[in-house]
Design a protein around this ligand. Structure first.
Ligand SMILES: Cc1cc2nc3c(=O)[nH]c(=O)nc-3n(C[C@H](O)[C@H](O)[C@H](O)COP(=O)(O)O)c2cc1C
Length: 198
């Protein structure tokens, strides 16, 4: 399988087989990718990413850290926690496990992440910098404890994929929005008066 495709957490063998079939046909034809990072035990971003992939008929790729984030790593109240140290250093690039081998086939990429310190976790920069994304349309989305997108999309664009066509600011998709509401959001993104901007 060219990329890691993700399916529901608890599956029977039959469901897994069906999902694998979907994956092989998907790899040959889908032009939209939903790539996401999700770190907390609740996996909030993972849930919305899965729904967004359904809403956009996209393949799904999880940005998996080579070194998983522990609960202690995610403690933003600890000045010395891994996440705090990484977010204080805009050049930090935590390693990603695996790669989207067939990135060439995608023209539109939704990139999802939890907001960390008002922006995107550095591992999302690592992910973007693995590819030549020139000319691809990138739309960021996030989940958060209440913050909006802030400059997260702009930060990612400038640092890690300046030659892609970003649709900014993207959107915080909290509260596990249903497929239909995500379809409405996506339709609005591609309406004429909101064409991809540099
Ligand atoms: C290190 C760290 C920093 C965070 N910073 C913010 C923040 O600046 N604003 C906010 O609203 N939520 C913040 N959060 C909360 C997460 O954005 C939120 O819980 C998110 O939905 C988690 O998604 P996940 O389950 O996919 O990891 C932070 C969480 C962590 C672990």
């Amino acid at each position: 399988m060219a990329i890691s495709l993700l399916f529901g957490a608890c599956q029977t063998n039959d469901q897994k087989a069906a999902a694998a079939d979907d994956a092989s046909s998907a790899n040959s034809s889908k032009t939209t990718l939903v790539a996401f990072f999700s770190a907390s035990e609740e996996r909030v971003t993972a849930q919305v990413a899965r729904t967004l992939a359904e809403a956009t008929d996209a393949d799904l790729f999880e940005i998996v850290p080579e070194k998983p984030y522990t609960v202690a790593d995610l403690n933003w109240k600890d000045q010395k926690s891994r996440s705090t140290i990484e977010m204080k250093d805009s050049a930090a690039r935590p390693a990603v496990e695996g790669k989207v081998e067939n990135m060439d086939q995608y023209t539109t990429i939704y990139v999802g992440f939890p907001i960390w310190w008002y922006t995107a976790p550095r591992i999302v920069n690592t992910f973007l910098e693995q590819y030549d994304l020139t000319g691809k349309t990138i739309i960021p989305f996030a989940t958060s404890g209440g913050s909006d997108m802030g400059k997260s999309g702009e930060d990612l664009k400038l640092a890690s994929a300046p030659t892609a066509n970003w649709i900014l600011p993207g959107k915080v998709l909290n509260g596990n929005p249903p497929v239909d509401s995500l379809k409405v959001w996506v339709a609005g993104l591609f309406a004429d008066d909101n064409a991809p901007k540099e």
